[in-house]
Design a protein around this ligand. Structure first.
Ligand SMILES: [Zn+2]
Ligand SMILES: [Zn+2]
Length: 125
C-alpha cells in the first residue's frame, strides 16, 4: 500500500489516500460521460483510507443516482470522486479520478467498463 496525493485543478482541494490497487478503470457509461465530459478514469480505494487534507468546505456532492454520489470542487469544477452508497456487509469503496492524482502515480490502465453504453462518437481500441 502506498500513499498517494492529489488535487483539483485550482488547488482548493487536496487529498491523500492509500492506494491498494494500481489499475485505472475507464468507465464509458452515459453518466460518467456527462459528468467528466468524456470518460471517467478512476482508481478504487477504501473509503476510510481517503482523507481530504485541504478544502473540505469546497467539496460538493451531487447525487447522480439512487446508488451513488459524485464529489467535485465547487471552485473549478474538477470531478474528483465517485462514491457508491454503503452496502450492508461490504467494504465501503470510493473511486478517485486518476487524472487528479499527483504524478508519479505508478498506475496503469486497466479495465474498460460499461462499453455497451459508450458514446457514438468514438471507438474503443
Ligand atoms: Zn478546485
Ligand atoms: Zn460510469
Amino acid at each position: 500500500m502506498t500513499q498517494k496525493t492529489g488535487r483539483c485543478m485550482c488547488g482548493a482541494i487536496e487529498y491523500i489516500f492509500e492506494a491498494d490497487r494500481k489499475d485505472v478503470i475507464v468507465c464509458h457509461c452515459g453518466q460518467c460521460r456527462q459528468w467528466s465530459g468524456h470518460l471517467w478514469a478512476s482508481v478504487n480505494a477504501a473509503f476510510d483510507k481517503l482523507e481530504i487534507t485541504k478544502g473540505m468546505d469546497r467539496l460538493r456532492w451531487f447525487r447522480s443516482s439512487d446508488a451513488a454520489r459524485r464529489g467535485f470542487c465547487r471552485e473549478c469544477g474538477s470531478a474528483l470522486f465517485w462514491h457508491g452508497d454503503k452496502i450492508e456487509g461490504r467494504k465501503e469503496r470510493i473511486a478517485i479520478a486518476a487524472g487528479t492524482v499527483n504524478a508519479p502515480t505508478d498506475f496503469y490502465q486497466g479495465e474498460h467498463i460499461f462499453q455497451d453504453d459508450k458514446g457514438d462518437y468514438y471507438e474503443i481500441a
